[in-house]
Design a binder for this molecule. Structure first.
Ligand SMILES: Nc1ncnc2c1ncn2[C@@H]1O[C@H](COP(=O)(O)OP(=O)(O)O)[C@@H](O)[C@H]1O
Ligand SMILES: [Mg+2]
Length: 138
């Protein structure tokens, strides 16, 4: 499913598998290419979408809904990414030790996003994680 809502909001539902991540990034690039300032968000947005998407794949093993919804929007010069999955558990920022293999994804999100957070989905089971990204200053 692919929807444009209003001038700037984009919504798509992808199969919940790691192989969908390149498609998610492709859709993001296509979305940004339609914005005058889209390139300014690209690197950070791709990185953060990749992390959030990977987390959603890991945590959406509920039989009810095996899809991941991604949403992109632009308001007040901030790019908003949302990644929805069907797991009701919420993400938790970890403090990895140098030897830890896990717990760095949300650290990156926390460092690079202007703000981020999560909320239960208003419609449907599960929650979404959102991040606001400012344009790169060159
Ligand atoms: N979409 C999600 N649903 C449920 N829990 C999540 C989700 N994303 C992250 N988490 C929780 O937050 C923790 C930190 O995420 P992250 O920093 O990406 O580390 P990692 O993915 O390497 O475990 C995860 O270990 C997991 O417990
Ligand atoms: Mg992760």
């Amino acid at each position: 499913m692919l929807t444009f809502r209003g001038p700037r909001m984009f919504v798509a539902r992808l199969d919940s598998r790691a192989e969908s991540a390149p498609l998610a990034r492709y859709l993001l690039r296509a979305y940004l290419s339609g914005l005058p300032s889209g390139e300014d968000y690209r690197d950070t947005a791709e990185l953060l979408l990749s992390e959030l998407f990977a987390n959603a794949v890991q945590h959406s093993d509920t039989p009810d809904d095996r899809r991941i919804e991604i949403r992109f929007d632009l308001a007040d010069s901030l790019l908003r990414l949302e990644v929805h999955d069907a797991d009701t558990a919420l993400p938790a920022l970890r403090t990895p030790t140098p030897d830890d293999e896990h717990g760095r994804g949300l650290r990156l999100v926390d460092e690079l996003a202007e703000r981020w957070g999560c909320a239960y989905r208003p419609c449907g089971i599960g929650k979404f994680v959102w991040a606001l990204i400012a344009p790169a200053t060159t």
